[in-house]
Ligand binder design. Sequence first.
Ligand SMILES: Cc1cc2nc3c(=O)[nH]c(=O)nc-3n(C[C@H](O)[C@H](O)[C@H](O)COP(=O)(O)O)c2cc1C
Length: 325
Amino acid sequence: MIKIGSLKIEGKVLLAPMAGVTSFGYRKYMNQFGVSVCVTEMVSDMGLIYDNAETKTYIDFPKSEIPTGVQLFGNSPENLAKALLICEKLNNSIDFYDVNMGCPVNKVTKTGAGSALLKNPKLCGDIIRALKAVTNKPITAKIRLGWDKKSINYLEVIKELENAGVDMIGIHARTTKDLYSGVPDFELIRDLRKQMNVPLAISGNIYTVDDAVRAMEITGADLVMVARGGIGNPTLISNINHYYKNEELESPSLVDQIRYCKELAKSIIEEKGEFVGMRVYRAIAPKFFASFPNSKKLKSRLSIELNKYQDLEKILDEYLEEFEK
Ligand SMILES: Cc1cc2nc3c(=O)[nH]c(=O)nc-3n(C[C@H](O)[C@H](O)[C@H](O)COP(=O)(O)O)c2cc1C
């Protein structure tokens, strides 16, 4: 068991924030596979301050048994604290707050938010201090190694965050310039946890149980973040937990994957409605069948033809029929 501030966390998997993916419907479905703690998509502080209707949908979710954090992004301690207070007023189901200090997207970094914050470790600390001043709920931060290979400064950032009272730190073991590709550098942060006073969650290319175990062993992290590797592969989460409990690992059959794919679609439709839900699902559904033979046509159909839930059922049933011939 680890503690994120006052929250007691059992298990190993943190469902990582992914803009456009980890909406309420996605989290609700994935959480059943043994997620220990989860985080929303990133939420703009200014969007909340300007009362933007779409921004507010990200923080609209009911109480979950799985501790759920709202991830805020912004560039100023004052505005982030204001945004946190708006969240507190609008939703009493939020268990903690995470600050995005890792987003590499230009639209975000050019405003000084996301991973641009890493260029100013003191500001990172000031943000945590400002948030701690307005809530008793735990405050966590998600960072990267640094801006680029020449400015690796995660240790300095971590010290500032810890001095400010951060309750957990997530680190994506890439630099901002790496974006989302290349091999995450876990060796660089070997035994990082030993140098820290708060729990560490590790992120970067976690696609298999081996990836998770290796990243945790090298860095000494308390939690592993499942991000892209969990899209279309929910049993990655249960299998990471099975591994640590010495339980047998599952290898989902095609029939299992079809069932999971349909169930997740229903959860997303319940949240977003069929029209929007099925459009979002065009990017998710094909991932369930990445490893199955002759799935090229299936994946292409799923990424183009999904308008209604029935389209999903029809395409999957046809593939299964073909597969079983
Ligand atoms: C589509 C997408 C959206 C993401 N959105 C966020 C986000 O909103 N906040 C955040 O901290 N990280 C975000 N990330 C980063 C992931 O949480 C994770 O750290 C990263 O994908 C590395 O893990 P992986 O290589 O296992 O996918 C995003 C990643 C992807 C692929």
